[in-house]
Design a protein around this ligand. Structure first.
Ligand code: PEP
Ligand code: MG
Length: 583
């Protein structure tokens, strides 16, 4: 959306990438001209494949060196990105595909590696999972560096004579990490997303960033580089050629954001208690050990969902048992004595992991994903479970299985867990206590809960998938937006069935789908009897505030009407009234 307000001045709305305000001249990141690609004669095929391998290895070594530099600069987690790049440069799936393009299409090395990376990137971009989609940039970045190495072409870059806001289509991670930090005021990217590495690195380095700014480059095409840019990385707003009023407004916004952050941290120690005294436990959803810090600062009393898939991405093989013990142990240490719920690997179907070579499926969401992979890949799960038992000696670990459909799946979880525990003990290692539980994200698992709830210690409602399966609404399809509302009475009835079953069998029940992080939906869940909510850390302050402003008695009264409602809109209106009167 572009709004012309006065000559030269433009306001453009993007997506927040990294918080903070930046103001100054801008400099365009030039991706650099890609090396010219050509066909090669058939008798040069072997030599070209050889050159490709050498170039890929040189890029891998350079990525490892960059990782060392980034690590010695005090950014250990970010250094891992470049370790992953080294693995990508050595990934046989990428290099063999490129060699194939050389052999069958007589493409030269640069052309072949670009073609191979494009296929991988297209595959990633077509996925539902935002984290996986964001990895497409990394694959293209690595391939581009291999192509430049082959062609002796100069690296992509930006020339910064004065501190500036760096503007571009996208910023490859290798460039983001190597830009002179003292000269970057902020980042404004036409492409990219909050989960892409450009944003992750910007947050780590404290560089304000706005991403997904449609129309930015066209808007700047006529402007010279001395024209000022003003951006707010928290709201996603960018002003080209700001006037004095903009500057004053942004200053105010920065002050308010700082105050909000301070208040959220102060309130983090307050209990999430309703006005009539019922306390709700708030937990965090995390993807990596690094997410634990923010979650704790915002008052999470443990982790309700550790999406361990993240540890398995961007590598050429699964993390070892010891690496996993370190990752789970680190989070368990940080949150002790509170629990950390490790979700077993939820991959397959729409979340492929290249090194597992899982076959493509017609209906990936209804396919061989998550726990259903235990038949063909038992070792993946056994390694993960052994790591959980070992990490449980350091803190409280709970293990949760995704995509459980019925008692048979719950039994599979227990059998695998017992075997893993025996293996740890047989290896002479210490095994801690681990609670076993399931995600309720397939409607059948809720409907037959009585048949297996005595065999598990806890359950957590995965409302993202539960909604998708109960209402037949593909969670990644933007065209189905009007059908996708977690306050649909059908979903609320499934929640109520789960609450009642958990009470009958005396097991703990929480909610870890996105619904828990929406203040209004969170109140609906509390109304239905949920007493533990797990959400992305940034949602904790708003949900805590909503609960502290609500009366359980009134919520429970509304719950009856919600369960009998005929549409999500009706439910929303019912609870919205309560929020209005409560606040
Ligand atoms: C869910 O399905 O609600 C859930 C929490 O898991 P994910 O979003 O990772 O599928
Ligand atoms: Mg799910």
């Amino acid at each position: 959306m572009t709004t012309e307000i006065a000559p030269g001045r433009r306001v453009i709305q993007g997506t927040p990438g990294a918080p903070g305000i930046a103001r100054g001249p801008w400099a365009r990141f030039e991706p650099g001209r890609a090396p010219v690609q050509r066909q090669i004669p058939a008798d040069q095929v072997d030599a070209e494949v050889g050159r490709l391998s050498v170039a890929a290895e040189l890029v891998a070594v350079a990525a490892e060196k960059l990782a060392e530099d980034v690590r010695s600069g005090g950014h250990g987690d970010e250094a891992d990105i470049f370790i992953a790049h080294a693995a990508m440069a050595r990934d046989p799936a990428l290099i063999d595909a490129a060699a194939n393009h050389i052999r069958t299409g007589l493409l030269d090395g640069p052309g072949a590696i670009h073609a191979a990376s494009r296929s991988v990137a297209d595959l990633l971009l077509g996925l539902d999972d935002e984290l996986l989609r964001a990895r497409a940039t990394d694959v293209v970045d690595v391939a581009d560096r291999i192509a430049r190495e082959l062609a002796g072409a100069p690296a992509a870059g930006v020339s910064l004579t004065v501190p500036s806001v760096v503007v571009g289509e996208d910023l490859p991670p290798s460039v983001t990490a190597t830009l002179p930090r003292e000269k970057i005021l902020g980042l404004a990217l036409e492409g990219s997303s909050p989960t892409a590495h450009a944003s992750i690195l910007a947050r780590a380095y404290g560089i304000p960033a706005v991403v997904g700014v449609k129309g930015l480059l066209a808007a700047l095409a006529e402007a010279d580089a001395t024209v000022e840019l003003l951006l707010d990385g928290s709201s996603g707003e960018i002003v080209i050629a700001p006037d004095a009023a903009d500057v004053a407004r942004f200053k105010q916004q920065a002050g308010r954001a700082e105050q909000d952050r301070r208040q959220a941290r102060e309130e983090a120690t307050l209990p999430a208690q309703t006005t009539d005294g019922t306390t709700i436990t708030l937990l965090a959803n995390i993807g990596t050990p690094a997410d634990a810090t923010e979650a704790m600062e915002l008052g999470a009393r443990g982790v309700g969902l550790f999406r361990t898939e993240f540890l398995f991405l961007e590598r050429s093989q699964p993390p070892s048992e010891d690496e996993q013990v370190a990752a789970y142990g680190q989070v368990a240490d940080a949150f002790a004595p509170h629990p950390v719920t490790v979700r077993l690997l939820d991959i397959g179907g729409d979340k492929p992991i290249p090194y597992l070579s899982l076959p493509a499926e017609q209906n990936p969401f209804l396919g061989v994903r998550a726990l259903r992979l235990t038949d063909t890949h038992p070792d993946l799960f056994l390694t993960q479970l052994r790591a959980c038992y070992r990490a449980a000696t350091r803190g409280r670990i709970k293990v949760m299985a995704p995509m459980v459909a019925d008692a048979g799946d719950a039994a599979t979880l227990r059998a695998l867990a017992e075997r893993a525990r025996d293996e740890v003990v047989a290896a002479g290692q210490d095994a801690g206590e681990v609670d076993l539980g399931v995600m309720l994200e397939i409607p059948s698992a809720v409907l037959v809960a009585d048949s297996y709830f005595d065999d598990i210690e806890f359950a957590s409602l995965g409302t993202n998938d539960l909604l998708q399966y109960a209402l037949a609404v593909d969670r990644g399809n933007a065209a189905l937006e009007r059908y996708r509302d977690s306050l649909h009475p059908a979903l609320l009835r499934l929640v109520k069935l789960s609450v009642d079953a958990a009470a009958r069998h005396g097991i703990d029940l929480s909610v870890c789908g996105e619904m828990a992080g929406d203040p209004l939906a969170a109140l609906a869940l509390v109304a239905l009897g949920i007493r533990c909510l797990s959400m992305g850390a940034h949602s904790l302050p708003a949900v805590r505030r909503a609960i502290r402003g609500a009366s359980l008695t009134e919520l429970e009264r509304a719950a009856e009407a919600a369960l009998a409602a005929t549409s999500a809109a009706e439910v929303r209106a019912t609870f919205a009234k309560l929020v209005d009167t409560a606040s």
